[in-house]
Design a protein around this ligand. Structure first.
Ligand code: ADP
Ligand code: MG
Length: 334
């Protein structure tokens, strides 16, 4: 079916991270979805990890862009350039253009889906197909997606949280909300600005979240403080403050609450049979946001359903997208 030497790729084009999976090899690339560009010439200066290290540190003529926002393409040309770079890096010098499977959040519009397919072609794919992210996440998490039993997956990424119940190879009910890791980082930035008159960057806020962030205010480590550096809003000078884990937990509470609402609404929409299956098997969390401390306990408390974190939560979507390459012949006929 495919030319000799042509490899097929699965790409998890995430708001925060892009992962590339090669058929028969597994995940070969994991890099931040960031591109650094020269604003005068429009040239791409760096992509991925190298570009991420430039966020908030670029001189006037260079900007570090995250071309995906809220799970969809915000900057088309930059996304295509980024994908081209990652595809070439993953494939090395191989002949033949690959067929590529890319994931998109559930609930994206046809126009948004089209943009992903077109950008993937511009980036060098022979042809491109999309798979819904929660479905890919469920496959990657090892859930029995093809069985006549309901599974529930919650994928918490940078831009979106995708919640879905799945049975018999299809999504039964789903929600995609633009509330995930980035919104938590924004809440941290806002909290520190309001309470300490301190301006901190995205990277710093994300560090604070990863180190002391907690989905539960009660369970946040009491007496646990973190040193945060930024720029004083009044003096304009660099300043260091101590922020407590409990306060950070309070600051991000609202975002966590919205994620729980989306989970509850999705559960309420399912049939009693699927709800019963979910109670039996539990809810599985994927995506980097699944690693927020105490999140499984908080969701379990609120929903009265057991909650588990998938093995390698950051890899699930890429693995599922890659595994679904096996079905690319079926997809082609659609
Ligand atoms: P996307 O699919 O949108 O690219 P990912 O699934 O790669 O997103 O997850 C990235 C998000 O997960 C980021 O917002 C990142 O800050 C967050 N994240 C990663 N590790 C942790 C952690 N240990 N605790 C909380 N959030 C985390
Ligand atoms: Mg993702």
């Amino acid at each position: 079916m495919f030319g000799l030497g042509t490899k097929n790729l699965g790409i998890d084009l995430g708001t925060a991270n892009t992962l590339v999976y090669i058929d028969g090899k597994g995940i070969v690339l994991r890099e931040p979805s960031v591109v650094a560009k020269n604003t005068k010439t429009g040239d791409v200066v760096a992509v991925g990890t190298e570009a991420r290290d430039m966020i908030g540190r670029t001189p006037g003529s260079i900007v570090a862009i995250r071309p995906m926002k809220d799970g969809v393409i915000a900057d088309y040309d930059t996304t295509a350039a980024m994908m081209k770079y990652f595809m070439e890096k993953a494939l090395g010098r191989s002949n033949g253009k690959p067929y590529v499977m890319v994931c998109v959040p559930s609930g994206v519009t046809e126009v948004e889906k089209r943009a992903v397919i077109d950008a993937t072609r511009v980036a060098g794919a022979r042809d491109a197909y999309v798979i819904e992210e929660p479905f890919a996440a469920a496959i990657g998490a090892g859930l029995p997606v093809m069985d006549p039993t309901g599974s529930m997956v919650v994928d918490i990424g940078g831009g979106t949280t995708d919640v879905a119940t799945i049975s018999l190879g299809g999504i039964v009910s789903s929600r995609s909300i633009r509330m995930a890791g980035d919104k938590i980082d924004e809440a941290v930035i806002y909290y520190i600005r309001q309470n300490f008159n301190l301006l901190v960057g995205e990277r710093t806020a994300e560090d604070v979240k990863v180190q002391v962030g907690s989905a539960s205010v009660e369970k946040a480590a009491k007496g646990d403080n973190i040193t945060v550096r930024g720029r004083d809003l009044i003096s304009g000078l660099p300043k260091t403050v101590e922020v407590s884990a409990v306060d950070i937990a309070k600051a991000i509470q609202e975002v966590v609450a919205e994620i729980i609402v989306a989970i509850k609404e999705t559960l309420e929409e399912t049939s009693p049979e699927i709800a019963a299956d979910v109670i039996d098997h539990g809810i599985v969390l994927t995506g980097g946001g699944a690693l927020l401390k105490h999140l499984p306990e908080v969701i379990a408390d609120e929903t009265k359903v057991p909650v588990f974190i998938a093995q390698d939560p950051l890899d699930c979507v890429a693995i599922g997208t890659g595994e679904s390459l096996k079905n690319i012949d079926v997809m082609k006929k659609r």
